[in-house]
Structure formats: C-alpha cells, structure tokens
Ligand binder design. Structure first.
Ligand SMILES: [Zn+2]
Ligand SMILES: [Zn+2]
Length: 164
C-alpha cells in the first residue's frame, strides 16, 4: 500500500480524501466535509473555501470561523425587513449607515439574506428602504432572472410593533 493512502489522523488505510489546506490524506471518518458554508459572507478567505479538511486543519482554521458564520447566519434570518414603499412606517428610523448593495443574487430571498448577513455583522437588526431590481439574463437558450438589491441597515426596537 502506498503511503499516500494512510490517514494522517488515525493512520488507518483507504485515506482517499485530500485536505484542502495541507493536501494530506484522511479517511472518510476523519475528514470534515463542509458544504455550502460561508455562502453569505463577503471575501471568504482561501483557507475557508474548500469542501474537505483533515481533522487538524479543521480544528485549527475552520471550526471557529464556521461557528461564527453559523451564528451570524442564524441572526440574519431574524432581521426585520421594510421595503422602500413602507417609508411611512420607517420614516423615523435611523438612516446614518451607508446603503448596502448586492448584485446578481439568485432571487429576492437570497438578496435579503446577503444584506441581512452584512447588517448583523455591523451590529444591526433591520433593513429599511429595501429595493429590488430584477435583471433578465440570457445565456444561450437559457433565460433567468437575477436580482440586484439595496437597503439601509439600521437598528430598531424589535419589541415594538411597527405595523399598527
Ligand atoms: Zn482516519
Ligand atoms: Zn489538513
């Protein structure tokens, strides 16, 4: 058996998975598979953009950022959203932050989650003046809609009801 098929973590055989960071081999049991992580994060560092890691590299480089990401992503789902045409409701809210801009999102929900993620990272809990712009993209015979969006991140008192 070639040495390259020995798992660097448990020294077991059939280590067919190469770590994205150190390139060494791991068996299935010792490999950390990371799918669709950091989707909403801007500027994902190279070491976090792989889909599999050996145990040591995962612990050293990935585990903590992944936990932080998941925490922010969870809070992003709780962000309160007001559209531009709801300015009656939002007129007294703080508009000091620069507008967020996202481009070429899959749909409106994707755009909202990306902006919400940024808002949470800035310490905010709401998006106001949200606007969407749908763009038709033609790729050969394939047509699809992609979405650009802007919003102002702000902080609101979530215990209040803004719709009354
Ligand atoms: Zn192993
Ligand atoms: Zn590794």
């Amino acid at each position: 058996m070639s040495n390259s098929e020995i798992c660097k973590t448990c020294r077991g055989p059939k280590a067919k998975y190469n770590c994205g960071i150190c390139s060494e081999c791991s068996c299935k049991k010792c490999t950390h598979f990371v799918e669709d992580a950091f989707t909403y994060q801007l500027n994902v560092p190279a070491e976090l953009s792989h889909s599999q890691y050996c145990h040591a590299c995962f612990q050293e480089h990935v585990e903590r950022p992944l936990q932080e990401y998941q925490q922010v992503a969870e809070e992003a789902r709780e962000v309160v959203v007001f559209l531009k045409n709801q300015s009656k409701v939002t007129r007294l809210m703080d508009r000091k932050s620069a507008p967020l801009v996202v481009k070429d999102c899959d749909d409106e929900e994707d755009a909202l989650l990306k902006m919400s993620f940024q808002a949470v990272k800035m310490g905010h809990n709401a998006l106001i003046d949200v606007e969407f712009k749908n763009k038709k993209v033609i790729n050969g015979s394939h047509k699809k809609i992609i979405v650009d969006s802007t919003a102002i991140p702000t902080t609101i008192d979530k215990s209040r009801s803004y719709y009354d």
